[in-house]
Design a protein around this ligand. Structure first.
Ligand code: GLP
Length: 246
């Protein structure tokens, strides 16, 4: 595990964008595993900026997103499909047929999960997986207690995740979908490179538990300690409880 301590959110975003950019320059047809949440927004802004400056092209890139709420239409502003297009895909030269997210409206969830695993397998796996982290240690929507060996699956969201995400739903927890599709830990661990970003004091305790505590399904992100090419990029505040950054 490599830890990069940044001075602030912008610095975190630029450093992570640099790593993604290097990946795409080295392998123009890279498969990028992408994440939603507020943390990666600065990374997407930076990559869009470099795209406009002609420093990077996504023309041959394929993306596979981590997760999607169950039951929201793609046109719903809080669907991850909408989020990714609004904040990233609509602003770069990616081929729309190279963009994958789980279909939150699939009639047969089990079939959808198997199909999503098959998409990633047929693409040859993920070159670089970008992750954020939930306050309870979830990655994607792999909530505490998840079996590390699971493939893509449908999850019941923890109440704490619903509470944390209600800010995107007019602060009304009843509007937050109760289930989501998520890539499993197995696939995340099979990515050739994993980068997790975090910022702010609110993430300090969970970073300490996940990366300086025991590896346990109770803190899903802790498994990343075992990944051969895992980089944590976090600002000083998020790393304030972590020994390496004292
Ligand atoms: C959601 C997403 C996660 C993300 C997490 C943290 O639950 N499914 O992929 O990491 O939120 O979000 P934020 O970056 O807004 O703290």
């Amino acid at each position: 595990m490599k830890v990069i301590c940044t001075k602030d959110y912008q610095d975190m975003s630029r450093k992570a964008a640099n790593i993604i950019s290097a990946q795409v320059i080295m392998k123009p047809n890279a498969v990028l595993g992408l994440a939603t949440g507020s943390t990666p927004l600065g990374i997407y802004d930076q990559l869009i900026d470099w795209y406009h400056k002609d420093d990077i092209s996504f023309r041959y890139v394929t993306t596979v997103n981590l997760d999607e709420y169950r039951g929201l239409a793609r046109t719903h502003e809080q669907s991850y499909w909408y989020f990714m297009h609004a904040h990233f895909f609509n602003h770069i030269d990616i081929d729309p047929s190279h963009v994958y997210l789980p279909n939150g409206n699939a009639r047969d969830p089990e079939k959808e999960c198997l199909a999503y695993d098959e998409i990633v397998r047929s693409l040859g796996g993920i070159d670089l997986q970008l992750l954020g982290i939930g306050l309870d240690g979830h990655i994607g929507f792999n909530e505490p207690g998840v079996a590390f060996e699971l493939g893509t699956h449908l999850v019941d969201l923890d109440q704490s995740t619903i509470e944390a995400n209600k800010r995107f739903f007019n602060d009304d927890a009843s509007l937050v979908p109760k289930q989501a599709f998520t890539m499993g830990i197995r696939m995340i661990m099979q990515a050739r490179k994993v980068v997790l970003v975090a910022n702010g004091k609110a993430k300090a305790e969970i970073l300490r538990k996940a990366f300086w505590g025991p590896v346990t399904p109770e803190v899903p992100a802790s498994i990343l300690q075992m990944h051969p090419d895992f980089t944590l990029i976090a600002d000083k505040e998020a790393l304030s409880l972590c020994p390496q950054c004292l």
